[in-house]
Design a protein around this ligand. Sequence first.
Ligand code: ADP
Length: 507
Amino acid sequence: MFTKILVANRGEIALRVIRACREMGIASVAVYSDADARGPHVREADEAVNIGPAPSSQSYLRGDVIIEAAKQTGAQAIHPGYGFLSEREWFAKAVRDAELVFIGPPPEAIAAMGSKVAARQLAIAANVPVVPGTTEALRDATEAHAIAEQFGYPVLLKAAAGGGGKGMRVVREAGELSASLDAARREAKNAFGDDAVYVEKYVVGPRHVEIQVLGDTHGNMVSLLERECSVQRRHQKMIEEAPSVAVSPELRRQMGETAVRAAKSAGYVNAGTCEFLLDRDGDFYFLEMNTRLQVEHPVTEFITGIDLVQWQIRVAAGEALPFRQEDIVPRGWAIECRITSEDPANGFLPSTGTVSYLRIPSGPGVRWDGGIETGSEVGLHYDPMLAKLIVYAANREAAIDRMHRALLELTIDGIESSRDFHLRVMEDAEFRAGAIEIQWLERRLDSLIGGKPPAEASRLAALVAALIADSDRHTPVLNSGAANGGERNAAPIADAWTRVARLESLR
Ligand code: ADP
């Protein structure tokens, strides 16, 4: 086993990996940009190395600097987390060439699955169903027109190198095609340095259901069951759960076998995810494979009882998986909400500032994977995801109630966050009934973000009541700004929340 691992990432995922290392008795090395010098991952790791200025192109994407940091600190392996260098074939290869271990799949498997076009070709060869579409990049608009006519509108233009919903355009009629193709190409070129775009039939009303796989270097590979990630905005996941209401034991078995077959055909090792669209008839189509740990891995950890990050490390060190497919049985229900620094009431605009007060939810079945704390600066350099709130309960209804309760406990002051949006979703009758598909959220968004959620309104009323009741004995919160030049003062606000909590508990 390794004695020291370098974590080539920041925020919540860096902390997640550092925690796994600590539980396994492995020392951890953090890397950080100038903007993150006081970040929690720097403090929690056993050692930390500055790798450059704030822009990620000059720090977290500097593979050469990161490999040098690993060598200098004596780390034997590098965990890339997700995003940044996690799916760069050249980085996985450079790590191997430097005689270090990349905690992830071999570079050849990243390459095989890295382009969506190549992944589709591989899937077809492995007898894995794919969404109807092309398996080559489009040459020009004329070709695009011919293909779109063949499949019928709507169609979806996709960047071959795509990720994070970038370079994707839904085209509803022939008249929109040329302009959309130009736009998709431009966006793909900017985001990925590659303007290859292909076309797929746009499936209406499917669910996004993905299968987590885990393979070792001894030829064993298991499916760690499904996650449902249909609650999406602009093709980006916002809420994930496991298992899925739409997946029967038989469908689970079929999708699991298909995912394992697709992964094996790419020579896959370590943790990875095969994403599928599941239509209303129960037919499923392979979308792509993510060759890394996913943001939403905790819901799988809850229902399988398997620590994915620890197993990534063990598999990378050459250990064989001790469990067989029949040992993997789902238990209970888990839900994850992505807490982002985006303002739902304002078109999900990114919000920046200092976290002046943070109250983290806790209690039974609650897990907080966060990268912020009171005093953290939230800027525009990195991804807006601040934390993930994950809950686990015996069944879906109980998990939704638990998430609702946990969201009520969450307070983030100083920046806007997606908390209220998530509260509304947990209160939504359609969501509670499991009647969701990938276009559901866009359709419901207006009614979900209009005004403050009722639960929040009652909390504010309680806050006001508490302030009035206690104003004789405490520094008045509402005046505290004046004393320090208008700055928000965390302490009295925290104090007020404590009083609100007390008040609420007396009800
Ligand atoms: P990215 O890598 O950019 O995340 P994906 O191929 O994983 O792109 O697709 C992201 C999301 O876009 C999917 O989860 C799904 O909601 C939607 N999507 C992708 N392909 C299709 C399709 N052919 N029809 C309908 N929706 C699709």
